[in-house]
Design a protein around this ligand. Sequence first.
Ligand code: AHR
Length: 659
Amino acid sequence: MKKVVISFMLLVVAELTFGQSNKLTVDVGNSKAKIQPTMYGVFFEDINFAADGGLYAEMIKNRGFEFEEPMMGWLQPNTNRFSLNKNSGAAEIIKGQESGSNRNICRVTINNDTGYVLLNEGFRGMGIKKDARYRLSLFAAEKSGNIRKINISFVNNAGTVVGTTDIIPHGSDWAEYTATLTAAAMEAKAKLKITFEGTGVIDLDMISLFPEETWKGRKNGLRKDLVQLLYDLKPGVLRFPGGCIVEGRTLAKRYQWKNTVGAVEERTVLINRWNTEFRHRLTPDYFQSFGLGFFEYFQLAEDIGAEPLPILNCGMACQFNTGELVPLEQLDPYVQDALDLIEFANGDVHSTWGKLRGDMGHPEPFHMKYLGIGNEQWGQQYIDRYKIIEKAIKDKYPDISIVSAGGPFSDGELFDYALNELKKLNADIIDEHYYKSPQWFRENVTRYDSYDRNGPKIFAGEYAAQSVAIASPDNKNNWECALSEAAFMTGLERNAGVVVMTSYAPLFAHADGWQWTPDLIWFNNLTSYGTANYYVQKMYSTHRGTDVLSIVFENGEAVIGQHGLYASAVKDSGSNELYVKLVNTSDSLQQLSLEIKNHKVTDNAVVLKLTSDKLSDVNSFDNPVKMSPTESRIEIEHNHIKTGIDPYTFLILKIRLKQ
Ligand code: AHR
């Protein structure tokens, strides 16, 4: 009896010391499926201040006075709501002064030189960096009197000026004025202060401020640090502009791409549907200026090397809200929007929409190959509308691959209906969404193993593990979520023959202006960081490979979570490398003995490792790379690797194939 106890204890000690042992074999000789360049992408939605206040580098909130409350974002310290102190001056909104979508202007009356002030609060403040230069522009027309000068300054919370410039207005005709502001200090929450010298009446519009340092130095540009994070992901596809934002709560408030192109000042401002969607995260000042519009999205996709995948409204408002429907016989404008978008992206510059693209600075086509019809629509109402739009697109542009909606859930009646119907219709690519617990991700790694290889392809277009529950404000981008996604992604990768695109969701969140968590990248007005989930995505997308290989236990079983271990393997025929992904979701060490068969490899491998001690760990502004990959090397003896995989760890073994 004593002997038995001792050997049991030895076994336990051995298990703790040496861990579970796993003998795996990768077969390099046999490509099981091709991996599409679009396999690992990103999904951009204008939620969480992702566009205005985020990626779009404009620093003035409500620059054109077009919000529903036209002075929102603009503070007039000299007045208050109940007693207008008009001694020094006043600002009022004049409606309908200009044609088109830019309707409102701000008329400022200066009565004396005692210092009338207009302040713009930015998007939860303005982040400014010492010595950085900022481009100011505004439209002005002097109506009467003599306003000699407009002074424009950054002020900090204490009201101290931290950078100043001025503009000398001339004449009663509308003219654009520009100036440069240099910040004298770093401030996270500066404001822009405008004062006037002289007396009189002056009309102002489109008061705009951008850092000079935008991505590629473009005017009307994007935040450099945020695009850099996207660029570093090397995403294969960029899905935009949403999400539910495409659908709108009502059809009148849906996303209409034609309102987002052409001259920036003519783009029609629209309330953002996330403005008051969540009672726990009200953001009444959330609007869409569309300064980041469809042209800029296409340009961004081109810059980061991703295929553009725009999603269009299909004649249905969000079914979680009003579910308004366009009658089938009135669907023409929606069909036309789709056809015109293809012309805008790909058409000759002599075509109507191709010309607009050329006039906007991109005569070359954007070579768009994919187009999404609807977001999370469901039911027969969707299928009916999908059929009409799909037919019109395929008749005119047979080479465009269409992404259809699999609905908002990963399973159930609505999901089954959508998949069955779309399969009957021979749909190209179906977009599936799932926001689930980390455990669900670990347990559903075989989700796509049984999908029909001859049916529609799959886009896992929105997925993310939720640490608490879907749409809970307490969700965290913690290591348990990221690790579980890493485990699940081995299943996506093994099934690259059917899953041709994927993207984590949502992409961006402003620390002071978010509505939805978790998100891939967090930022404030000065800085940004990638979450642990970001680094998981990055490790996959930068080691995508071209061919799926088999990686199995001795008994031929795939590595799908036995003892918490997950694995996938790919070959990259371009770089002539083998990438083995291994995820240990258990709390104990796993021993690995890996044999590489059917191709000679070099005698060492790079090991990329992403790990953390605690599943609750998160990256943060204070510790932005607490979880980020580290690199080391490991020996390979005669095509054989022996190593241990630490608890809660995601590894990639990068192995060079001999010629
Ligand atoms: O990403 C947030 C929302 O989640 C998206 O708009 C929608 O498609 C999904 O339900």
